[in-house]
Design a protein. Structure first.
Length: 272
């Protein structure tokens, strides 16, 4: 069965305005599936959609939705009511702050939980039943190495990514024998615009045009993602992420947390 036959005719990518999300949407389109692009910024979404359509010839639709808002999933459902969604990708939710939990109002953490936990869960519950009925489809949830153990300056972020990983694994356990591929991708440090902005503001790179050191390229991440769609429930992306996961898995939880403290200080220049 071709990719388009298995996962088409439409895919939905949440967090599609830049970085991994935009690249994943393009990869889907290259394989002959139409894409719905979801993110906050209409102008940017339109630019991404126009480029994808021009290069691949597929249909696109843009939905400007703030995924941190309580009604986000309902807005996405309403905006796709006339489409058959056979592939769902949730990759929104990077943490732009990397600050202590108490340095921000609680609303900051609540928005992170809404975007990274509530919305993916709601979207899966909305779109998966039709996939099960058709006995074909796919769901990809993006996680992070930050979810493997607790660390400073990413308290809510790390916790949401732990949720994403376990949620994907549990959903896979229920759906993989019903024809629906579920994959949780656990990413390490990845060269995205969001990471470049963060490292530049912290003085770790000279400009946003500079690639952060030791970061995997978006192209590497996307290639591994497409190569492993049927290899769920969980895939650690990149050699460094796989090595880190192996090291953390050999430790007690307390040892893993202390390693995350040291790694966070070294990689992100934290002084906390």
């Amino acid at each position: 069965m071709t990719f388009a036959a298995k996962y088409g005719p439409w895919a939905l990518v949440a967090g599609a305005s830049e970085g991994v999300g935009a690249a994943f949407a393009e990869g889907i389109a290259e394989r002959g599936v139409n894409v719905v692009l979801v993110a906050r910024r209409q102008t940017v979404l339109d630019q991404v959609a126009a480029g994808i359509s021009a290069r691949t010839g597929v249909e696109t639709r843009t939905l400007p939705v703030d995924l941190a808002k309580p009604d986000a999933a309902s807005a996405v459902a309403a905006g796709t009511a006339d489409l058959e969604i056979g592939f769902l990708v949730c990759c929104a939710g990077a943490d732009p702050n990397f600050e202590p939990f108490l340095a921000n109002p609680i609303a900051t953490a609540e928005a992170m939980v809404q975007r990274n936990c509530m919305v993916p869960m709601q979207l899966c519950h909305h779109f998966a039943p039709a996939m099960v009925d058709r006995h074909r489809g796919g769901i990809v949830l993006f996680g992070s190495g930050a979810g493997l153990a607790g660390g400073p300056n990413m308290v809510a972020y790390g916790a949401t990514k732990a949720f994403d990983m376990v949620f994907a694994e549990a959903l896979w356990s229920e759906l993989h024998d019903k024809g629906v591929d579920v994959l949780g991708l656990v990413l390490g440090k990845t060269d995205t615009p969001a990471l470049r902005r963060l490292e530049h503001t912290r003085g770790l790179i000279a400009s946003e045009d500079e690639a952060p050191p030791d970061a995997a390229s978006v192209e590497q991440v996307i290639a591994e993602a497409f190569d492993n769609l049927t290899n769920g429930p969980t895939v650690m992306v990149g050699d460094m992420m796989r090595a880190a996961a192996q090291v953390l898995g050999s430790m007690t939880r307390n040892e893993a947390v202390n390693l995350m403290i040291r790694a966070g200080a070294a990689v992100m220049g934290s002084d906390n």
